[in-house]
Design a protein around this ligand. Sequence first.
Ligand SMILES: NC(=O)c1ccc[n+]([C@@H]2O[C@H](COP(=O)([O-])OP(=O)(O)OC[C@H]3O[C@@H](n4cnc5c(N)ncnc54)[C@H](OP(=O)(O)O)[C@@H]3O)[C@@H](O)[C@H]2O)c1
Length: 242
Amino acid sequence: MFRTYMFQNQKIVLIGGSSGIGLATAKRLIAQGAEVIIASRSEIKLQQARAQLGKQASAYPLDTTSEQEVQAFFEKVGTFNHLIVSAAETSGGPFLHTETAKARQLFESKFWGQYYAAKYGAPNILPNGSITLFSGVVAYKSMIGSSVLGAVNAAIANLGQTLALELAPLRVNVVSPGIIDTPSRIQLSEEARANFYSTIANKLPVQRVGQPEDVALSVLYLLQNSFVTGTVLHVEGGHVLT
Ligand SMILES: NC(=O)c1ccc[n+]([C@@H]2O[C@H](COP(=O)([O-])OP(=O)(O)OC[C@H]3O[C@@H](n4cnc5c(N)ncnc54)[C@H](OP(=O)(O)O)[C@@H]3O)[C@@H](O)[C@H]2O)c1
């Protein structure tokens, strides 16, 4: 029987595609026929991800905090169909006791990284393409210890919405994940992580934390639906209602 693949002949750039939500999204896209280019800092993570993704994936080392690196990356990649930027290294802590340099670092990674990617990636995106950026639930549900991350996430949501007007007809959307079980919390002990996830799960209407796959489904929806732009898509199990 003849089978059509949703993303056949499409080239999709996934910055942050070597782990968590980005990697789950890359897997889904490849299953739908896409050619995927993943990029992140660690060669080891890239190699491991590539081994899982197979021949339809290629991998480039890239640190999005360097404007020059991002510019050079897109010169190498050339034209493509969709850009997804899930790359970020985040941190938290009490406002009065967090060093300003650490707070700035969060903006460097999550805000400026996505800003550079959108700025240098957009001119290479083919007609009917899109950009998907990443915000996060703490912009919408304030949490102690997340003052800077909340501000970064809110800034990204606003950037995405304004770019949807300015870069039109290129579509620009933002995903705002809730608490998702990804390697981003690897620095926590297994016990601390399990406790955190069960506390959150007990609060949420869906009674579980998210999986990377939950968010990947939402990213695919944003890529596919050509009538959606300037949206912030919340994938958080009802977290803001709690
Ligand atoms: N997980 C959650 O609970 C949650 C909640 C709300 C929002 N989010 C957002 O969702 C997005 C994806 O998060 P995730 O949980 O999937 O995280 P993750 O598993 O830690 O993956 C992050 C990816 O970004 C890459 N990366 C980090 N800093 C980078 C840099 N400077 N340049 C290039 N690549 C970089 C990492 O690879 P390298 O280390 O190799 O660079 C990795 O591939 C992020 O924007 C995150 O803030 C996540």
